[in-house]
Design a protein around this ligand. Structure first.
Ligand code: FAD
Length: 578
């Protein structure tokens, strides 16, 4: 039986919309109250459990419903659009379980799958009080014991460390440390001898105030042999591969926050009367909304293509996930700040306009660029691959088959194969390496959807920026300790070129799919959304380029198109049949 993603997403939307009514767990009043009281939104999490969301954290191969990472991103995005705190509190179980899906021991995975589907909360313990990004410095230890492993040390700050039943933690198993000196343990609190562990107090936080951000300390805790995830010494490798999935899925949190911010800003601008007309009728306001819509479309396309890459180009995820995690949360932080300006005092007051929801979104979203590897950490990871990325771009190397499926929203996805994830990509980044070809194909499109001259000029500008960038990446001399600040700017430009390539590639691959009857796809009537997305990217790549002032008219056309049938969500995702 065919199940359309659009109708499935509609069902989720319906459930969440019902739950957003007055007095219900996702109503603004209820969400704001939990935030003020710093209480976990348990009722909202329970509703997601009843809906069966947790089954989407478990790959189908282990009995769950996770078939498509793109679908998981859209599900978490729908939750984050209502309340980012709930999305973080509930979605963390996917992050906590990711290492087990990578290590793929059938018995262990089966057990965890059953726990998750039954509602158990899984947390992920990487960070320690004195060691965050530097995982090799971890001091949490596990040593061999006749009954398994003897565990000592503290993990902090950890999401759901107190609420959760199961923790997957990185522990030093070789006193000498080093890349093979760490292993992963899946520890079930319910099985531990009382007194051998204690949960640390909840930390007060700037955003996601209701989330359980606490920690856990173990003192001579004995966990069974079966707690080991993967093999001894494999911990770091498994973590780095799991992060390739989780960093990509984290984009859902940013997309949902951006949807929510856009919705509130648009509502405010439509209702607010100033100087005898609506705020929305002021040209600068329309421009700001149009620019935000373009940003959202770019972020959405990057997230969609990247999440499809998990199964279509798994060997390239070391690049794709780092680019996505560095790019999406940072541009959405900027989007939230710029739309916040439109709301004036209402972006700052905590008790008015949707119960002060805007300032909550702004505070909540700050965390997305910090956890699961900060923006800088992800840029550093791309910098480490500059050598091969520039070589492979020049050689026009590309995994054409994998890329075609990644870009074509209607192409069935191959099954999740964690064994194909790689620490470093041998084939570079096909999305960007295919840019020159995609620009040629874009120029050949005729008919109603023929790209405007501006869209083609923008595509050329992205390609030119990518060529210059690649020359600079090629000239970069790697330095593992003292990475120069300029290299981080190169990585930022790499993200923008990747975003441009993803938008062009996605548009070229899908422009023929959209049928007239798919009303939600007015954005696909022509190449306007692509044009605006590319203007946004070129604007950031080359802020002083000539004509950019006039090119920004594209944002005005975009917001007019979005508003043509009344306010609507900003999305150019192609509904696909499964
Ligand atoms: C709300 C919340 C929830 C969290 N949940 C979890 C969880 O569930 N599990 C978990 O394990 N951890 C969790 N963390 C921890 C989080 O992942 C860490 O805060 C993060 O990894 C950064 O570590 P740190 O804060 O110790 O900063 P550090 O690693 O000490 O970094 C300090 C600064 O240095 C920068 N930096 C790092 N590397 C480089 C580099 N190579 N070059 C230049 N600058 C660099 C960083 O970006 C940062 O700005 C959570 C944190 C918060 C705030």
């Amino acid at each position: 039986m065919k199940r359309s993603m659009a109708s499935f997403a509609d069902a989720v939307e319906q459930t969440l919309s019902n739950a957003a009514r007055d007095g219900q767990p996702f109503s603004a009043a209820c969400i704001a109250q939990h935030d003020r009281r710093e209480q976990c939104p348990e009722a909202a999490c329970q509703l997601l459990n009843e809906f069966g969301l947790a089954a989407y954290y478990v790959p189908v191969g282990h009995g769950g419903k996770l078939e498509s990472f793109s679908e998981l991103v859209q599900l978490l995005r729908a939750v984050a659009r209502r309340d980012l705190t709930t999305a973080v509190a509930h979605g963390k179980t996917f992050l906590g379980a990711a290492c087990v899906w990578v290590a793929a021991d059938p018995t262990q995975a089966q057990w965890l799958a059953q726990e998750i589907v039954a509602g158990s909360i899984v947390s992920w313990g990487l960070t320690e009080r004195h060691h965050g990004s530097d995982l090799l410095a971890s001091e949490f230890t596990a040593s061999k014991h006749p009954h398994g492993w003897l565990v000592n040390g503290e993990k902090w700050p950890i999401n759901n460390a107190t609420r959760g039943q199961v923790l997957c933690a990185l522990a030093q198993t070789d006193p000498a440390g080093g890349p093979r000196g760490f292993s992963l343990l899946l520890m079930d609190k319910r099985e531990l001898v009382p007194g051998s562990y204690r949960c640390l107090p909840k930390e007060a936080t700037h955003g996601i105030r209701g989330a359980d951000i606490s920690g856990i300390a173990y003192h001579d805790a004995v966990v069974p042999h079966g707690a080991l995830v993967g093999t001894v010494g494999e911990g770091l490798e498994v973590v780095l591969k799991a992060l390739q999935m989780t960093r990509t899925v984290c984009a859902a949190l940013s997309l949902g926050a951006a949807d929510h911010a856009f919705e509130l800003a648009l509502r405010f601008a439509s209702e607010r009367q100033m100087y005898g007309r609506r705020l929305l009728d002021l040209p600068l306001v329309r421009r700001t909304l149009g620019e935000a819509a373009a940003t959202l479309l770019v972020a959405e396309t990057v997230s969609e293509v990247a999440s499809r890459c998990i199964t279509t180009l798994p060997g390239e995820m070391s690049v794709v996930s780092a680019v996505t995690k560095a790019f999406v949360p940072s541009v959405i932080d900027e989007l939230i700040a710029s739309l916040g300006d439109l709301l004036g005092a209402r972006a700052f007051l905590t008790g008015v306009f949707e119960h002060g929801m805007y300032q909550k979104i702004e505070r909540d979203h700050r965390i997305v660029a910090i956890f699961d590897g900060s923006t800088v950490v992800n840029r550093n990871s791309v910098i480490n691959q500059f050598g091969s990325l520039s070589r492979l771009y020049d050689g026009q190397t590309c995994d054409r088959e994998g890329l075609a499926v990644a870009l074509d929203a209607r192409a069935p996805l191959p099954p999740f194969a964690p064994g194909r994830l790689r620490l470093v990509s041998n084939t570079g980044c096909s999305v960007l390496q295919a840019l020159p070809q995609a620009v040629v194909e874009l120029g050949q499109i005729q008919g109603a959807r023929r790209p405007t001259a501006r869209a083609l000029r923008m595509a050329d500008a992205v390609q030119e920026a990518a060529s210059t960038l690649i020359q600079e990446c090629c000239a970069y001399r790697p330095s593992s300790r003292d990475v120069p600040p300029e290299a981080f700017d190169l990585a930022r430009r790499y993200e923008l070129c990747f975003a441009g390539a993803a938008c062009i590639g996605y548009w070229v691959a899908n422009h023929r799919h959209v049928r007239e009857e798919e009303g939600s796809t007015a954005l696909w009537d022509d190449a306007l959304w692509l044009e605006s997305a590319l203007v946004r990217i070129v604007h950031q790549l080359t802020p002083t380029a000539p004509q950019l002032e006039t090119d920004m008219e594209s944002y005005d056309l975009l917001i007019d198109r979005i508003l043509v049938d009344g306010p609507r969500r900003v999305s150019a995702l192609i509904p696909h049949d499964e």
